[in-house]
Design a protein around this ligand. Structure first.
Ligand code: SF4
Length: 281
């Protein structure tokens, strides 16, 4: 999940490539056609593209939101990305042409692309086609992932990813399962593998009052982070309600309707536990 919201549904407009009109918000419509068989990585399902993020990796980045996610995080602000096979089918040539249109700007802004979702590794072949195409343009590539399908990427694949934004949702296995409906262990396996391979990682953690802000969870997160030597940065993302309307539009049961945004004091408390005394590069 990116730190920026995937462009919302609502006033949907057709997804047109190359990009036209506003450079800041490009939406897809849901493609009703069933997906035909296709060569791996030749095309994928794209929810939307946001070309101007400053919070999803270094510099200014084009964030590509791919469709599909197996997690069901209670606080998800992009539940419209969950459905596998939703979004616009986009060919790799078309996708790379879109990126190329921004490549000069992204390079000059010391940025690159960030592939997010949803969970991008649902479409791991397409992720790697995009990543290798962007690398050929001299762009840095970040992958924003919940990590559960990290074993879909080979070590060679990971060499073509410059930075992994690893979203760790909870440090306690039972609470992780309750929060996301998926187990924690494969996420930690991926984190440890990235460490063994010396791949740079930013840890992302969503702080939700009453859900993920207990000292037990926070100290557990710290132990996980302390067990890794490749963490360059820790982002604590304060929960917000900006995705609330999407749950309503999708007819989903939203359990956090009355949950407040954490106070600056709560965020600082979490920051002290997760980050204090750490030497981050
Ligand atoms: S991992 Fe969680 S927060 Fe991210 S898209 Fe999936 S359900 Fe939403």
């Amino acid at each position: 999940m990116s730190a920026v919201d995937a462009p919302a549904p609502g006033a949907r407009k057709p997804y047109a490539l190359p990009l036209a009109g506003s450079p800041f918000e490009l939406r897809t419509t849901v493609d009703p056609e069933p997906s035909p068989p296709h060569p791996a990585g030749e095309w994928g399902h794209v929810h939307s593209i946001f070309p101007g993020s400053t919070v999803d990796g270094p510099g200014v980045r084009m964030v590509i939101f791919l469709s599909g996610c197996h997690f069901r995080c209670h606080y998800c602000h992009n539940p419209d990305t969950w459905k596998i096979g939703s979004g616009q089918r986009v060919g790799i040539d078309e996708m790379l042409k879109t990126i190329e249109g921004y490549a000069k700007f992204l390079r000059s802004a010391h940025g690159g692309i960030t592939i997010s979702g949803g969970e991008p590794l649902v479409q791991s072949d397409f992720v790697m086609s995009i990543a290798r195409g962007a690398k050929r343009m001299g762009l840095s590539v970040a992958l924003d992932t919940n990590g559960i399908m990290g074993d879909r990427l080979s070590d060679a694949d990971l060499n073509d990813i410059d930075l992994v934004l690893l979203d760790i949702k909870e440090s306690d296995p039972a609470r992780h399962l309750a929060l996301t409906q998926q187990p924690l262990e494969p996420v930690l396996d991926f984190a440890r593998r990235l460490d063994r391979l010396h791949r740079p990682v930013w840890i992302r953690f969503v702080l939700v009052p009453g859900l993920t802000d207990s000292d037990d969870t926070l100290h557990g997160m710290r132990r996980i982070i302390d067990g890794l030597s490749n963490v360059q940065r820790i982002d604590i993302l304060p929960f917000h309600q900006m995705g609330k309307f999407k749950w309503k539009e999708l007819g989903l049961d939203y359990r956090l309707a009355d949950t407040p945004t954490p106070t600056p004091q709560q965020v600082n408390h979490a920051r002290v536990i997760l980050c204090e005394g750490k030497q981050l590069s």
